[in-house]
Design a protein around this ligand. Structure first.
Ligand SMILES: C[S@@+](CC[C@H](N)C(=O)[O-])C[C@H]1O[C@@H](n2cnc3c(N)ncnc32)[C@H](O)[C@@H]1O
Length: 403
């Protein structure tokens, strides 16, 4: 039986049909990639001011409308990625009397995330397992609200120790397990009579929890996924039957798209990014010319201080890293100018890719939900907080149907 929703099937078709608009590396292309296939779209993109781009990045619905002459599926893609909130504000609202000191040591935004996550999940009167717990901030909140024991599994010893101290101080029934979630022995902590949770466990880490829960027929599991690209295989391995049947093959680069949230960056960060990307693209144009090869050459991460030294210094640093000899006379101004022009094109290609950011995340979410439905679970998908609290605000909750 396939557990995938009609939404998955539609997203899959639209993402597949429109691959040419998102499944490529804007960095690697010196021109707008649709220069020949969609010249009118490129003309429109070229005519956009920086302010107009910033506005479209804030307003996905307007972006979808604006792109619809060339991408008739754009408005539907936008609507397919809208989700209901799962937070029940009538239950355990902000006025809930949390024990004094519970929030000590929890940064403000993390506190907002975990109290919202807590509000979005039902109380099942089951022992809890917190997968990839960090310091167990969520586990403490759930131990209080659910009045149930919690096992918190975490890989970093220091975080386990901090979490243990906090739990002891508050006299909460929490046991830390210092373990690698991928170690087959860790599966022993996943049991049938349990509600397993994972808040922002990266890529394969939350996938491993879903697989263990399904294998052991755990009663309930709730996750909020993040970092879809942190996987061990070279490509995404779909979980559901329809996911496996999809024609989409997702690389790690593709899987980063859902995380590309430019909207929250401030002026200073945006200026820094513009400088760095222009430097990189200017160097890329230079190296293509010097090597006589029209292919992109990835350059490693750079210290911010290196960027302050200017473009010429950056090129010397990058050339050394790539074992490329620079001639004595180089017109750096020319190559920087090319880099700045390419930056403007990358921004415009990324603007079009933005339209697919949330739909691709929804495809990945529905693949997880479909897997759980196939394993016999009743699955709910929705948001647990607004994006400013965390852009990774989607929650999947699954309960065994025979509960
Ligand atoms: C993004 S943090 C989330 C922590 C916590 N759930 C939260 O929301 O605050 C991911 C956590 O996974 C842990 N982690 C990474 N790899 C792991 C592994 N192989 N096994 C167990 N935990 C792991 C990290 O140490 C980190 O604490």
């Amino acid at each position: 039986m396939t557990g995938n929703s009609p939404r998955f099937c539609r997203l899959d078709k639209l993402l597949t049909d429109n691959r040419a608009f998102w499944q490529f590396m804007p960095f690697a292309s010196p021109e707008l990639v649709w220069q020949h296939s969609h010249p009118a779209l490129c003309e429109w993109l070229d005519g956009l001011s920086d302010a107009a781009i910033a506005e479209y990045l804030q307003d996905g619905e307007s972006l979808a409308q604006a792109l619809s002459p060339w991408l008739p599926d754009a408005p539907e893609l936008y609507h397919l990625s809208q989700l209901e909130s799962l937070v029940d504000l009538t239950d355990c609202g902000p006025e809930f009397a949390w024990p004094k000191g519970l929030e000590v040591g929890i940064p403000g935004r993390k506190w907002q995330q975990i109290t919202a996550f807590n509000q979005a999940i039902p109380m099942l009167k089951l022992p809890l397992l917190e997968w990839c717990a960090g310091k167990g901030h969520l586990g403490r909140v759930l131990a209080v609200r659910h009045q149930m024991p919690v096992v918190s599994l975490e890989w970093q010893q220091a975080l386990c120790e901090d979490g243990e101290i906090a739990a002891r101080r508050l006299q909460l029934p929490i046991r830390f397990v210092h373990a690698d979630a991928f170690d087959p022995a860790s599966a022993a902590h996943v049991v049938a009579e349990q509600h397993a949770v994972a808040l922002h466990a990266c890529g394969d880490l939350h996938v491993s929890l879903l697989q263990q829960v399904a294998a052991r027929q755990g009663k309930a599991v709730t996750i909020s996924p993040c970092c879809y690209h942190l996987i061990r295989a070279p490509h995404y391995q779909p979980l559901s039957q329809a996911g496996r049947e999809s024609q989409l093959q997702l690389s790690k680069h593709d899987l980063r798209l859902p995380l590309q949230e430019t909207v929250t960056a401030g002026q200073r960060v945006r200026r820094q990014r513009r400088a760095e990307v222009s430097f990189r693209l200017g160097f890329d144009s230079l190296q293509r010319h010097l090597r006589g090869s029209d292919s992109y050459l990835p350059v490693p991460n750079v210290q911010k201080a290196q960027l302050n030294e200017g473009f010429a210094s950056f090129c010397r640093w990058a050339a050394e890293k790539k074992q490329l000899e620079l001639p004595a006379a180089i017109d750096f101004e020319h190559w920087l100018h090319l880099g700045e022009q390419r930056f403007a094109r990358v921004e415009r290609m990324e603007l079009v890719r933005q339209l697919f950011r949330r739909p691709l995340e929804m495809w990945l979410i529905e693949d997880r939900a479909g897997f759980l439905a196939e394993a016999g679970y009743q699955v709910t998908v929705g948001t647990f907080c607004d994006k400013p609290v965390t852009p990774r605000n989607i929650l999947i909750h699954a309960e065994r149907k025979d509960n």
